[in-house]
Design a protein around this ligand. Structure first.
Ligand SMILES: Cc1ncc(COP(=O)(O)O)c(C=O)c1O
Length: 393
């Protein structure tokens, strides 16, 4: 049976991380795992905190009656209230359980809100460079992705965003701390964004995708997007903050300031059901009710960031030190990021070309690799840097 033309095209576009994975498997087979340094995947390399595992054990042992059955599509009301309480504290807004939908990760939350607001041909602005899955999430619901370049330091460029708005614009996806750039958007940028959106002729939803919110360094904090932008839908998960990406647990929260929030609640509950998720995993909802405020300590990632950024700058790379998430978006010494990724792979170092995030001339390095592996990889970064300069000449 032939696959659809859309999926065939998307498979081609989505192939960078898969290609790096295949390259890594080949290199490990040929050279041994010790000679391969995999910076390509954003999979937290630490175990969930003990409090989470304890809560899981307690909840499984309790095996309360009915705990494996269907539930209201948005999730258990007690769990939704626990998330609403956390959001009230963090944002100062009057979130209630009704505004919260337990979802299959942040990816699930993004799909639920997009499904709820898009008609075919509607446009969603995405800031470049972007998490590559956004293009597929938007297309899942008939939408068109409209890329808007960020400025030289990867902050949203409000003039470009204003120029990208058309009568079909329904949403803009904001992701801070950012994958792939590690940028943390300051309050001033969020305020400017609110000013631009307030001037638009139609309501534009800000989809604030926040799975890296707990990974902010140098004693800073991520300003709350929903506190500064009225029309916000928050997508979040415990995938990164608790090292649980395989458990698929997250939430969508509609700001009480959102336009037609009552209609939107009905739409999101329905979308959660018809997308095939039906509801988020039951046991993990109860675990999150008890441990929603736990986070993995970001300090080891901050240390790895410092070690790698310092080493790369010492070699001669043009390094921008990320303020958050666990990625470094590194300018390649030659404009062709794909050619440079190959030079690194020759040295056993795996990175994802910026082209996969809509911005060539960069590579993304994930800090979810152990510190000793980072230290051992530095020689490879140095040799690839020197070879690229020789190729330039
Ligand atoms: C920016 C961004 N959004 C969403 C996701 C999906 O996360 P989740 O596991 O919560 O679905 C990821 C995962 O890497 C991500 O980087």
């Amino acid at each position: 049976m032939p696959i659809s033309k859309i999926i065939a095209r998307q498979l081609e576009n989505a192939s960078w991380i898969r290609r790096m994975f295949e390259e890594g498997t080949r290199l490990k087979r040929e050279r041994g795992a010790d000679a391969v340094f995999d910076f390509s995947l954003g999979n937290p390399d630490v175990e969930p905190p003990p409090a989470v595992v304890d809560a899981l054990r307690r909840i499984v042992a309790g095996n309360r009656p009915g705990s494996h059955g269907y539930m209201p599509n948005p999730g258990y009301s007690e769990v939704r209230e626990a998330v609403a309480k956390k959001l009230r504290r963090e944002t100062g807004l009057d979130f209630t359980a009704e505004d919260v939908f337990m979802t299959v990760g942040s990816a699930g939350a993004c799909n639920v809100i997009l499904k709820s607001i898009l008609d075919p041909g509607d446009e969603v602005i995405v800031l470049v460079p972007y998490f590559s899955e956004y293009q597929f999430y938007i297309s899942n619901h008939g939408g068109c992705m409209v890329p808007a370049e960020t400025d030289a330091s990867f902050l949203p460029d409000v003039e470009r965003i204003a120029a990208a708005i058309t009568p079909r614009t329904r949403a803009i996806i904001v992701n801070t701390p950012n994958n792939p750039t590690g940028r943390v958007y300051p309050e001033s940028v969020l305020r400017d964004l609110q000013a631009i959106l307030a001037r638009a002729d139609q309501a534009i939803t800000v989809i604030s995708d926040e799975p890296y919110k707990s990974y902010v360094y140098d004693g800073q904090k991520q300003p709350e997007v929903a506190s500064h932008i009225a029309n916000t839908a928050i997508c979040n998960s415990w995938s990164k903050s608790l090292g649980l990406p395989g458990e698929r647990i997250g939430y969508l929260a509609l700001s009480p300031q959102l336009e037609d929030v009552a209609g939107m609640r009905r739409a999101c509950a329905f979308s959660n059901r018809i997308l095939g998720f039906i509801n988020a995993p039951a046991i993990w909802q109860w675990v999150m009710m008890e441990t929603a405020d736990e986070t993995i300590d970001p300090a080891p990632y901050e240390h790895k960031r410092n070690v790698l950024c310092d080493a790369l700058a010492g070699i001669g790379y043009d390094v921008r030190r990320p303020e958050g998430s666990f990625y470094i978006f590194l300018k390649t010494p030659i404009p062709d990021d794909i050619a440079f990724t190959r030079l690194l792979a020759d040295e056993g170092v795996l990175a994802v070309p910026g082209a996969g995030f809509g911005r060539s001339g960069y590579i993304r390095l994930s800090l979810t690799i152990p510190l000793d592996r980072i230290e051992k990889s530095i020689g490879g970064f140095q040799r690839a840097f020197l070879s690229s300069l020789r190729q330039e000449i």
